[in-house]
Write a protein that binds this ligand. Structure first.
Ligand SMILES: [Zn+2]
Length: 325
């Protein structure tokens, strides 16, 4: 392996684990309380490429040669970003921003803090859950946030790209997040310790729906921040893009930065009007004032983690390491 010390700057950062997650009893699903509805989101690829794997290897002619590659996720031929991938990516950010337990991690990573091991929920007992488990669920407790599979808004043309294989770092220092830097293209000649991916390029746009039920305003505040949005520092009426969210595979090669653009929010009124509100599709509220209202609620936010995230997760105009680091 090449010398790690002289490698290019690493494209990731750590959010340290500290103290204990704040756990309380989660809300039940028996009746409507708080905020329920859905948010229509546009997803725009802002890194050079996004790769969300289907788990399938396929064969295609690349520069006149049959080449095996890892295929992008599809449903009935159309490219999709599965709702589970979206949920995993957003959950990872929510966990970091709210000092929750660590569920989103690489398979070979161990949680170095006992206090941050995954919450468990046993019905009938006085169980408490961290903010992320209350929102996204855990064994025994169904989450209150779900994503539909994202579909392309217009035709998306995937490309075959080559990357060097990935070695994760051995030392775990907290929660690891990858940055959005410039992908360094490699030629398409087959090479040892390299692989081919089917990836969609920068500018590709998808759409999805985020469903939520029985949420508190501060839970929506946390969720909207985890989508990479924030209030303008000088004008709390304005909502701004704070950082791209990373998703899919080959994040260490700086793939997978996306921007979430909320296009519409529907809130279902609770109480006796619930039925009529379901039938009419709820009230369509102005997106920006609602987002600003949710973002003003910071009760569940770990300010230190948020500051660090905002600083480190922003798109960086730097090259991503091509090889092992
Ligand atoms: Zn938890």
């Amino acid at each position: 392996m090449p010398d790690r010390a002289q490698a290019e700057p690493k494209p990731f950062f750590w959010i340290p684990l500290k103290g204990r997650p704040q756990k309380i009893a989660p809300r039940g699903h028996e009746r409507f309380q708080g905020l329920s509805g859905w948010m229509e989101l546009e997803i725009e690829v802002v890194s050079d490429y996004l790769y969300v794997g289907s788990g399938q290897l396929e064969l295609r002619s690349v520069q006149g040669r049959e080449q095996v590659y890892y295929a992008f996720a599809r449903q009935n031929e159309a490219l999709i970003i599965p709702g589970t991938s979206l949920k995993g990516a957003i959950r990872g950010v929510v966990e970091a921003l709210s000092n929750s337990c660590v569920r989103i991690k690489a398979r070979n990573e161990r949680v170095p803090s006992r206090a941050h091991e995954g919450c468990e929920y046993k019905k009938g007992e006085q169980e408490t859950l961290c903010p992320a488990c209350r929102l996204f669920g855990t064994t025994g407790y169904r989450g209150r946030v779900h994503f539909a599979d994202a579909t392309p808004i217009e035709e998306v043309r995937p490309e075959i790209i080559k990357i060097a294989d990935l070695w994760p770092p051995h030392q775990i220092q907290g929660r690891k997040f990858y940055q959005t830097k410039a992908f360094q293209k490699l030629d398409l000649k087959p090479a040892k310790n390299h692989r081919f991916l089917e990836a969609v390029p920068k500018g590709a746009r998808f759409q999805t729906i985020l469903f939520f039920e029985n949420l508190l305003e501060e839970e929506l505040g946390l969720l909207v921040r985890a989508l990479g949005l924030d209030l303008h520092p000088e004008d709390p009426q304005r909502v701004v893009f704070a950082f791209p969210v990373k998703m899919g595979g080959a994040k260490p090669r700086c793939l997978g930065g996306v921007r979430f653009i909320p296009r519409r929010i529907r809130l279902l009124e609770g109480g006796p009007d619930l039925f009529s509100s379901l039938l009419t599709g709820g009230s369509s509220d102005e997106v920006k004032p609602l987002l600003a209202r949710f973002l003003a609620r910071e009760e569940l936010l770990d300010q230190e983690a948020w500051k660090r995230f905002r600083q480190e997760a922003r798109s960086k105009n730097e090259p991503c390491p091509r090889e092992v680091y």
